[in-house]
Design a protein around this ligand. Structure first.
Ligand SMILES: [Zn+2]
Length: 282
């Protein structure tokens, strides 16, 4: 994109139609971007259903390993200080050189799962409680993985299990710290008829392909091109300012790009900053 404006009415209609269509199928822009990543605000209660089969196993270099959580390192990047729309890039290390690692960008270990968000909401016109399912990625930090693992220990396989999820403090994982079992979801329910629920019901091999497609690492050249696109940071500038003064990007904090080449100050990858008012229902 070379400008910030485009399209006029035609573009608006095109996007609206695309949203209408995809809403009916529950696949609203299901890609590796922030708006399809599940998160719960402090004190909020959300309802989710796990779509992965936790018994999926594949052979990988002579070992039998589980498919989910689909674990990998990723870099979370901000382009020109736009912390509302971070860019997630799978770390290429392990299979290829990673330009972002070379520059000292922080990386986070994340285990991916897919869930259906079935949180009921109030229809503003009728006052009725409604449910419009959204398929989302549950991107769990190590801390969040421990919480979900403890549920799995108790239940065996979380496939099709319905949990209510909340979070008590903003230092808790964005994906929730308190999971309460609510029952088994009925996949025959009218709520999800015609939905693309993948990876639900896939074979282990197809599920691996599903996640590999979603999180394919960029090549070194693609990373270089991305870095050449503008002022790319790993968000540390924003975090530092937030801690000391509460300033946000665009409200006083400068996106100086200082994180480039600097040492990661939090390699654990705490992705819990909740200063991100992303409205999934919008
Ligand atoms: Zn990397």
């Amino acid at each position: 994109m070379s400008s910030w404006y485009s399209g006029g009415f035609a573009k608006g209609r095109e996007i609206s139609e695309r949203q209408q269509q995809s809403r009916g199928k529950g696949t609203f822009e299901f890609t590796n971007v922030d708006r399809t990543r599940f998160f719960v605000r402090v004190a909020e209660l959300r309802h989710i259903v796990f779509l992965d089969n936790f018994d999926w196993k594949i052979n990988h270099e002579g070992n039998t390993i589980p498919v989910v959580p689909f674990g990998r390192y990723e870099h979370k990047l901000e382009l020109d200080g736009d912390w509302k729309n971070p860019i997630y890039v799978t770390c290429a290390r392990g299979s290829a050189p990673c330009k972002l690692c070379e520059l000292g960008f922080k990386k986070n270990y994340i285990g991916a799962m897919t869930i259906l968000d079935i949180t009921p909401y109030k229809n503003k016109t009728t006052g009725e409680m409604m449910t419009r399912p959204f398929k989302k990625l549950l991107m769990a930090t190590p801390q969040a993985l421990c919480i979900i693992d403890s549920k799995k220990e108790r239940k065996g396989n979380l496939l099709g299990m319905h949990y209510s999820v909340t979070r008590h403090k903003d230092t808790h994982p964005r994906t929730g710290s308190d999971y309460e079992y609510e029952g088994t979801f009925d996949f025959n329910s009218a709520l999800v008829q015609g939905f693309d629920l993948a990876p639900y019901n896939l074979s282990a091999e197809k599920a691996v392909e599903f996640y590999k497609n979603l999180f394919k690492p960029m090549t070194y050249e693609e990373q270089e091109r991305l870095l050449g696109n503008g002022n790319v940071t790993d968000g540390l500038v924003f975090r530092k300012d937030k801690r000391f003064g509460g300033a946000r990007q665009g409200q006083g904090a400068q996106a100086t790009g200082a994180a480039v080449g600097s040492q990661p100050q939090n390699s654990e990858g705490n992705d819990d900053d909740d200063g991100q008012p992303i409205d999934y229902e919008a």
